[in-house]
Design a protein around this ligand. Structure first.
Ligand SMILES: *Cc1c(COP(=O)(O)O)cnc(C)c1O
Length: 441
């Protein structure tokens, strides 16, 4: 086992080691990564960092001790609510990320139902299969049964199936704007309509699109209403640490009004440690992430976000146009924003991904159907040409020598896709993670 060094080590030495260690990580700054990092250039990164450092040690846990953080938080929520056309009833919380926002929404509606419909003993929520896996996690954590509905040919939630899936136990319906896997917006208006006819809350997961779609609407892109303008929408999650470009660790969950949010809160007045009340899942919260969100949103402003959204969409269009000239490949559905997939009936896309990795790209694989996943940011401006030419080359290589690319992810996804008992695959995933996270010797 590793021990603490007997004597503290030198700063220079440690910082050098950190820099060295990074060298084998995904390279995002040069646009060769398509997820995980949202980078809009040095200028925005600098303001984010400086704001973070000013609040490096502060703790968002107690809004009485740090009234400045409370104000930044409520201002950030207010600016976000106005992007989503909320009104003076809109309320919300900052969380550590999209997953926490989603966990909180599911917990809130479970507890709301316990209060309003106590006859429900086995709560269910209706999820299009394309919702983010965080909803499955929430289902698991909070004992809400996920009822899945399929997608139509355009990869949007199948509204016809929604009505059939509703039971007396349904406590929540979810739609995505856009969905993580295919980058398309679910038919939010129709879904919310059905939800409100049945008096069921409706959550829009805009974790990905929350800081993109409002600006695309201003740019006159064809983006259907997905926010509080839609009467049945009762809450929205949106990540500031994605297309909001803030430091990691900050997302929003907004509710139409107080009657929902109060079920998110947790209070405990019998604790020897004091009278306890907490809005979200976390205790200690990094003040830096809150300060970063506030500073970055003010720094970029409406004009800046509109320009960034425009640029992102132009890069996306160039990529899509280029990919569509490659006969062997196709894009699934009709992406509404800057997220798209590549699929193929002629080449194994997992083999294609393995070949692209050899050429220095970090590629995300998806399944059901097999496809590769891309999220475009301004950082990809520099790579459009190289990416397209590498992609053409990789398609050719895989087509000419398919036997050369039968290991790696091609083998793993190929196998995982054929196992009917999904719990076996889950066990395998858990084992793999266990192995990866073994303590360092
Ligand atoms: C990223 C994402 C999430 C989860 O957010 P994290 O910040 O990674 O926890 C949820 N939903 C969608 C649509 C997302 O893109």
């Amino acid at each position: 086992m590793k021990q603490l060094p007997e004597f503290g080590r030198k700063k220079d030495d440690l910082l050098k080691q950190l820099d060295e260690a990074k060298k084998h990580d995904a390279n995002w700054k040069n646009g060769r990564t398509w997820s995980l990092v949202y980078y809009a250039g040095e200028e925005i990164t600098e303001i984010s960092k400086e704001a973070y450092m000013k609040y490096f040690h502060e703790n968002g846990l107690n809004p009485m001790a740090f009234p400045s953080l409370r104000r930044f938080e409520t201002e950030v929520l207010s600016m976000t609510a106005s992007l989503f056309n909320g009104d003076d009833q809109t309320v919300g919380s900052l969380t550590s990320g999209g997953t926490e926002s989603i966990l909180m929404a599911v917990k809130t509606y479970r507890d709301y139902a316990r209060k309003m419909k106590p006859e429900i003993l086995e709560p269910e929520m209706i999820l299009p299969i394309s919702v983010h896996a965080a909803f499955e996690k929430a289902a698991h954590y909070f004992n809400v049964k996920p009822i899945h509905i399929p997608l139509t040919d355009d990869f949007r939630a199948d509204v016809k199936q929604l009505e059939n899936a509703i039971t007396k136990n349904t406590i929540l319906i979810v739609g995505s704007a856009p969905s993580y896997p295919h980058g398309v917006i679910d038919p939010i208006e129709k879904m919310a309509d059905i939800a409100s006819m049945h008096n069921i809350p409706f959550h829009v997961d805009a974790c990905l699109g929350g800081f993109l779609l409002p600006f695309l609407q201003k740019l006159d892109y064809e983006i259907p209403p997905f926010d509080f303008r839609v009467p049945g929408v009762t809450s929205i999650s949106a990540d500031i640490h994605k297309y909001g470009y803030a430091a990691k660790g900050v997302s929003t969950i907004l509710y139409k009004n107080d009657s929902y949010r109060k079920h998110q809160y947790f209070a405990y007045s019998d604790w020897p440690g004091g009278l306890f009340v907490s809005p979200t899942a976390t205790g200690t919260r990094p003040g830096g992430a809150i300060a970063s969100a506030w500073a970055v949103m003010n720094y970029i402003g409406m004009d800046g976000y509109i320009n960034l959204a425009k640029k992102t969409m132009e890069i996306t269009k160039q990529l899509l146009n280029g990919i569509r000239t490659i006969d062997e490949l196709k894009i699934l559905g009709n992406p509404d924003a800057s997220v798209f997939t590549i699929a193929s009936e002629e080449v194994n896309v997992y083999a294609l991904a393995d070949r692209m990795e050899q050429l220095g790209w970090h590629i995300d694989r998806q399944q059901f159907p097999a496809c590769l996943h891309f999220m475009v940011t301004p950082a990809h401006e520099q790579i459009v040409e190289t990416f397209l030419s590498d992609l053409k080359r990789a398609v050719k290589d895989v087509k000419e020598n398919p036997e050369k690319f039968t290991e790696g992810s091609a083998a793993m996804y190929g196998m995982a896709g054929t196992i009917p008992d999904r719990s076996e695959v889950n066990d395998y995933l858990v084992q793999t993670l266990d192995q990866l996270m073994r303590l360092e010797n």
